[in-house]
Write a protein that binds this ligand. Structure first.
Ligand code: GLC
Length: 780
């Protein structure tokens, strides 16, 4: 969001040159390139590394955490151990595939060499998938071309304001404060250049690792041709992953770019925010309302007005005079507080963060070596260069202000970075990069100083890395919770994301499904959108339907701006409140299932929200749907996302499906007309599922003591139950319990996979055929 007019409120993509047109250009600037391949637990990956004349290696990657070849610049800055490739991963794969076995000619390639797991080796005379080619067409422009077979679908590519299939449109990847959220202005806050191409039942991933501006044209001329234009003077690395199954492609991509740790339990509870709750009295009142109305809530989020005139790492003495007491009061009532931190540091010679930053040369500088100043909330502000490790460490240390005051979570906003009057710093139709010193400011990389546009897409990721590492260092062994608006591939290692300033529009409610599905396939599972919509005014019906869907967003937060009407769950009277309360309670009841899904995500990269093709790749009909999705393998969520409607069609894939709230199961393989009243939970459960559910609790503080019911949907059921302390990193050393559960003929059989956690929980029940009875979890 920004208060001033933008230079242009819409863009229309410049047509990129086609393969045929581009071939006529000379390859005058091309330097060297090398093609290597490797196997990652059975999935083949080809890597192309390219760098122009005058360089001797591709640039350092901030995205890749695994298997960086010797010879490339290693990330000497990683202060903590990145997750190694686990030895047991091979066993988990569903049928490792060899590409050469595929019948599809386009996919078939041969490799003379035997390749080893995770070891790159050079390929002589490679044949790349999708007829992939590239060239450098001018000093600052690279072009890539690949074929898209008729019917092939395009998924992923990070945050796209689009339906699920991205094909036949073009997409700009250049981080932008896109508060309009309209399709004609397609750059968004995050850029994740990872595309998944679905061809029949096979999937191929393409990851173009460069944080400079990219445009992907995914066959907008409907000639089965796709192209990418990259504006960069440096080199890049391109990874082709697969073909394989969709889960294996995402697993391999997140092996390369890293996975998220488990979130702290409280961060997957319900959170409430507003720009802004203006003073401490209002915050107390809001928290009190939740408890008094018995609407579960775990988090209160403080927007920019808690600060002293928007100076980061301060609080306002007038409006929040008892800041520390406020946070501890809230904490006594089981609320965790998350506070916003923007990157812009107010230019003020009496402000320690600014003076310290200037003294140590921590801010981004212009080409002529002056501190770059741009305007954001605090007025004239300087911007830390988060690409430098010493800057990240300095910024990380400032978070002591927050931890000393008891703040639990950090919200990084405006970190594209947003700069008023300069939200689109590179003209939307530019086909060249300006000179380095004419790109707003310069930044430091391992290869030296370069213009900001070359690395712009990293700014938010590296800021959230600093917050993440700061919180981890300041509260050792506690899982950090960081939320970021901007990011690049690999951002999942540091932060959860939300998709920025949506509107209280029905269209943005329905859009949130494909947008979050594509985020999940781009490696970022812990994501959500502002429930109720950020801008404009919400209505009671919209809020009700938004919670009915939003209870399945991995990140579950109600947020809106100050100009519109309030939209806390009680803001529209008792009827809406009762419905919203029911949905929020359902979220808490499902916490054991949701937490197990986060556990799965931390190990395999599998998102919580999954497109139908994730589990039903052979179902031609299912995979085109993006108004319904799978939440884990067992729940199918099909909400109403239009005003005034109570009916919708729902497609159930093969098998039997049970309405979540009870009733006769329906046979899959067909479309049903389903009535969802305003209080309905719009979910079907796959027959044979055993869903662990908690009793309703008011916050996750009570989770460890809450009874757990294993709800069997069908005559028999299978499920997983994961538990640990919900807050520390001890699970990384085996301090957790993971049970594989099975119910046959009403008998529960529990098999431990790991029993490292000393659980105090005793109260377990099995709900079978409508009857609940106590059970024990013991080694059978
Ligand atoms: C940006 C954020 C929004 C926040 C506002 C004020 O617009 O996207 O969530 O409320 O800034 O900080």
């Amino acid at each position: 969001m920004k208060p001033v007019e933008m230079a242009s409120d819409w863009e229309s993509a410049r047509k990129l040159p086609t393969r045929a047109e581009a071939k006529r250009r000379d390859n005058v600037f091309a330097g060297q390139s090398v093609v290597e391949n490797a196997l990652f637990a059975g999935v083949e990956v080809i890597r192309v590394s390219a760098w122009p004349k005058g360089h001797n290696a591709p640039p350092h990657s901030y995205a890749i955490v695994h298997a960086v070849s010797p010879g490339l610049v290693e990330d000497a800055n990683v202060p903590y151990e990145e997750e190694p490739w686990p030895d047991d991963m091979d066993d988990e794969l569903e049928g490792p595939e060899r590409r050469v076995e595929q019948s599809n000619q386009d996919l078939a390639r041969e490799f003379a060499d035997v390749i080893e797991d995770g070891q790159w080796q050079e390929v002589v005379d490679p044949i790349l998938p999708l007829k992939l080619e590239w060239q450098q067409s001018s000093e600052t422009c690279w072009q890539f071309f690949f074929d898209l077979a008729p019917g092939a679908r395009c998924l992923g590519l990070g945050e796209r304001n689009s339906s699920l299939n991205l094909r036949s449109s073009s997409h700009t990847l250049f981080n932008t404060d896109n508060h309009l959220h309209i399709e004609s202005m397609d750059s968004m806050y995050k850029s994740i250049p990872f595309l998944i191409i679905e061809q029949g039942e096979h999937f191929i991933g393409l990851f173009l690792d460069s944080p400079a501006r990219q445009r992907w044209d995914l066959d907008s001329l409907i000639t089965s041709q796709a192209s990418i234009e990259l504006l960069s003077r440096r080199g890049w690395q391109l990874y082709c992953i697969g073909p394989s199954t969709l889960p294996n492609i995402v697993k391999t991509f997140t092996t390369l770019t890293g996975r998220a740790k488990l979130p702290p339990m409280w961060a997957i509870g319900h959170q409430q925010c507003r720009w802004s709750y203006p003073d401490q009295e209002t915050v107390i009142r809001i928290a009190h309302e939740f408890r008094q109305r018995r609407i579960p809530c775990d988090g209160i989020v403080l927007d920019i007005d808690y600060m002293d005139d928007y100076r980061v790492f301060t609080s306002s003495a007038e409006r929040f005079p008892d800041f520390k007491d406020l946070i501890s009061d809230l904490s006594r009532n089981n609320f965790k507080v998350t506070a916003i931190i923007d990157p812009g540091v107010k230019e003020d010679s009496k402000y320690f963060v600014y003076t310290d930053g200037v003294k140590h040369d921590y801010f981004c500088k212009t080409g002529d070596d002056k501190v770059f100043i741009g305007e954001v909330w605090p007025g004239r502000s300087a911007f830390p260069d988060f690409l430098k490790q010493e800057v990240r460490m300095w910024w990380a240390a400032q978070h002591g202000f927050h931890t000393e005051n008891g703040i639990a979570g950090i919200w990084n906003d405006m970190n594209e970075p947003a700069i008023f009057k300069n939200q689109e710093p590179l003209a939307w139709d530019a086909d060249q990069l300006p000179a380095d010193d004419d790109q707003l400011f310069m930044q430091e990389t391992p290869e030296g100083r370069i213009g900001h546009f070359e690395v712009r897409n990293l700014y938010g990721s590296m800021m959230s890395r600093s917050s993440f590492e700061g919180m981890l260092a300041l509260r050792p062994n506690q899982r950090p919770f960081v939320l970021t608006r901007s990011g690049y591939a690999g951002v999942q290692r540091y932060a959860a994301v939300w998709l920025g300033d949506n509107m209280s529009w029905w269209h943005h409610l329905s859009r949130s499904i494909p947008m979050l599905l594509n985020m999940g396939m781009s490696g970022v599972a812990f994501s959500g959108v502002d429930i109720g919509g950020f801008g404009h005014n919400c209505s009671g019906e919209l809020l009700t339907r938004w919670y009915a869907l939003g209870m399945f967003y991995p990140f579950f937060r109600n947020h809106c701006w100050m100009k519109g009407d309030a939209q806390e769950p009680w803001a529209f009277g008792p009827v809406v409140e009762a419905h919203c309360k029911k949905f929020i309670e359902t979220r808490y009841r499902l916490l054991p299932y949701i937490y197990s899904l986060f556990w799965e995500n931390s190990r395999s990269g599998a998102p919580l929200m999954r497109p139908m093709a994730w589990h039903y790749p052979e179902d031609q009909f299912a995979r085109e749907l993006d108004d319904q999705f799978l939440f884990g393998e067992n729940l199918l969520v099909a909400p109403i996302v239009e005003r005034g409607r109570t009916w919708r069609s729902v497609y159930l894939p093969e098998g039997l499906w049970h309405p979540f709230e009870g009733g006769e199961p329906l046979q899959g393989g067909q479309v049903y007309k389903i009535q969802w009243n305003l209080d309905a939970i719009p979910v079907f459960v796959k027959d044979g599922s055993l869903i662990p559910m908690s009793d309703v609790i008011q916050s996750t503080e009570d989770y460890a003591r809450a009874p757990i019911t294993f709800h069997c949907f069908g005559k028999s059921g299978r499920g997983v139950f994961f538990e640990d302390d919900g807050n520390s990193l001890d699970y990384e050393n085996g301090d957790y319990n993971e049970w594989r559960l099975k119910v046959d003929d009403g008998q529960l059989i529990a098999q431990p996979v790991e029993l490292g956690f000393d659980s105090r929980r005793k109260d377990f029940r099995l709900l079978y055929n409508g009857k609940a009875e106590s059970v024990t979890l013991s080694i059978s």
